[in-house]
Design a protein. Sequence first.
Length: 103
Amino acid sequence: MAQMTGNDAIQAFTGSESARQNLGIYVLAVMHSETAVRINSDAAKAAGADRYIRPMCIPRGASAVQGAAIVEKALLSYPERNHEDFYVITRRALVSAWPCASE
């Protein structure tokens, strides 16, 4: 299966309430995967890796609806990036909106 791009996501996740709910489900999965990302990122950083995945610090009580709104805004605000992998776009948007204090 080919990876989904931002352009694919715009077509799949906009236009109806049902589509927005599906975007929320996707973003929620990315938010929940953050624990594994943080463990791997911390280990890479501690090992002196030059590149590691920046963790996000999701605010207590943040919802999938809020996350979806952040990602949707990124898709519409930076159309020149919509050829990129949708997971990368999603993480970039969430890390930008919810950075960790130590980063």
